[in-house]
Design a protein around this ligand. Sequence first.
Ligand code: PGA
Ligand code: MG
Length: 221
Amino acid sequence: MSRAVIFDLDGTLIDSAPDIWRAANAVLEGEGLPLVTFEQSRGFIGRGARVFVERMELAVTGANEAARTTHLHARFLHFYERAHENTRVYPHVAEALKGLRSAGLRLGLCTNKPFRPTEAALRHLGWSDLFEVVIGGDTLPVAKPDPAPLLEVIARMGLSLPEITYIGDSETDAETAERAGARFGLYTEGYRKAAPETLFHDFLFDDYRHLPDHLAQLKTA
Ligand SMILES: O=C(O)COP(=O)(O)O
Ligand SMILES: [Mg+2]
């Protein structure tokens, strides 16, 4: 059993894709650009806000132009920080997190969502004090799948790799865990595109009621 569980956020603990889509189209509408579909927008999530905006810009204009990308990125962050209305916590997440804490496990968060929208989302959910350490996609000069953000959470918690398990939903998270050398549980109800079995993982789960058992079955550090 791990001493700590570190979570990804979007697609793992919360379904924020509807609000991210709204923020994206608010930006595009303001710029007089064509809008994107929900499916397109959902597919852009995973490598942080800058990459999201690059993918969006490419989809609607056919090209990336640095100055325009920077402008769209700034506008996106503006809307992103305020976009919580349609964000939902996945089923049984709240009980699972409470249960893990009661069982003496420490909790951390390692997301590619930029830090300020992450803080705003946590505040909105009443989760501001839930995670001991929170690293966002723009906290360090590099973002996931570089392993540095995950290793930074572990270091700031004063822990070592074998003491933690990382939980995420995407190709990005699986690659991050693999490159870091961390144990990894893949939540299969998020924004992943590849088949779950093809991604690096120690266990797969689609229901948070099963998470404690999966964690308990992992080898003790
Ligand atoms: O904002 C993103 O691109 C993805 O965020 P996540 O790392 O919490 O899934
Ligand atoms: Mg995710």
